[in-house]
Design a binder for this molecule. Structure first.
Ligand code: SF4
Length: 365
């Protein structure tokens, strides 16, 4: 089967495919001239299935999110055509057949390894994640050694602090930490969020196939193109923040689009593109659905960001440390928020986030 026959079989012309590649590369901030090169790289991948997807301690939310696409989207096409060789949820094979597919792909090498979920840190904790009768940690290490590059999807895989690592019981760690402890230097691209968005996964795979190198990353290993801006700076409720209108009563219809800072919103410290690229093929995202940002793209989520639905006393907004409380609402808090704006803008300029790219990660105090 030719490399575009897979697309034809799905009723998608080469022209449509090129258009979808143009959309995907544009989302990456790449010049339009790159689209044909990206299409060629993905086209070549049709004949050379390059992906192993391993699942450790996780809820499968990142898989669900990645495959939640609307027909026919770039994500669906690319996921289908990449022929992911091993993925416990979506692969047709089971049992020994599945393990054989994994072993063969491993032996061939030259694959991209996608990791979903965290891992036990050492032999002592291995019992918390056994897959196919084998400690997941060992499987991850052997695959990581042979992979060209690793994409850690979701908060759990990135730093181990997601839900499976929220208590001390599992002592779960992320991919980068495990590899560092074991002296493995394969590059790791972290794509946090709980769950990751399909556009982020697909865009990163396309970027890697096109350029054969990892995109520019911040200090948490996240591509700047997706995690370079503060959610707070692009939030649709930002005008309410500036006006000092903070939601206190969920049942008051007048407050329904107020700023959710007092309800635990972590947007002022969370670097993500969630305000502009939504989940489920742009169907919606947390703040638009009425939920505060939980900070899931930041290292330390979930435990460091708990409680999620009330303002944590330890959560200080730069320049507004501790000042915003229900008592202040209606008493000039807009000026306080304006003070934050001045502080934030000056800070962003000083740190190079405005005017030029920065490798700094979020979580400023
Ligand atoms: Fe939006 Fe949260 Fe910032 Fe309020 S605090 S403007 S809800 S990101």
């Amino acid at each position: 089967m030719g490399k575009y026959d897979v697309l034809k079989a799905k009723g998608v012309s080469r022209r449509d495919f090129m258009k979808l590649m143009a959309v995907t590369t544009a989302a990456l901030g790449l010049p339009a001239a790159i689209a044909p090169q990206a299409a060629k790289a993905v086209g070549e991948a049709l004949a050379k299935p390059p992906v192993i997807w391993l699942s450790g301690m996780e809820c499968t939310g990142c898989t669900t999110s990645t495959i939640s696409t609307i027909n026919p989207s770039a994500a669906e096409l690319i996921l289908d055509t990449l022929s992911i060789r091993y993925h416990e949820v979506i692969m047709a094979g089971t049992g020994e057949t599945a393990e054989q597919a994994y072993a063969e792909t491993l032996a061939e090498g030259n694959f991209i390894l996608v990791v979903e979920g965290s891992t036990p840190p050492n032999e002592e904790k291995d019992d918390y994640c056994i897959v196919a009768g084998k400690p997941f940690r060992k499987t991850l290490l052997e695959a990581a050694e042979k992979a060209e590059a690793i994409i850690a999807v979701g908060s759990c895989a990135c730093d181990g602090a997601g839900i499976p690592g929220a208590s001390d019981i599992t002592q779960a760690v992320g991919v980068r930490e495990l590899l560092k402890a074991n002296g493995i230097a394969t590059p790791v691209i972290n794509l946090p969020c709980c769950p990751v968005k399909s556009q982020t996964v697909i865009g990163t795979i396309v970027y890697y196939l096109t350029f054969k190198q990892v995109p520019e990353l911040d200090s948490q290993g996240r591509p700047l193109v997706y995690y370079g801006g503060l959610l707070h700076d692009n939030c649709p409720r930002r005008g309410r923040f500036e006006a000092g209108q903070f939601l206190e009563d969920w049942n008051d219809p007048e407050q329904k689009d107020y700023c959710l800072l007092l309800k635990g919103c972590k947007g002022p410290k969370t670097y993500t593109d969630c305000a502009s690229v939504w989940f489920n093929d742009n169907a919606n995202f947390c703040l638009n659905a009425g939920s505060p940002c939980s900070g899931c793209s930041e290292a330390g989520f979930y435990s460091k960001f708990n409680p999620l639905y009330e303002k944590n006393d330890d959560f200080h907004v730069p320049g507004v440390v501790g000042q915003i409380s229900p008592d202040l609402i209606g008493a000039g808090v807009g000026a306080v928020a304006a003070g934050y704006l001045a502080f934030s803008t000056a800070g962003n300029v000083a740190r190079g986030r405005i005017g030029k790219k920065s490798k700094e990660h979020g979580g400023d105090e």
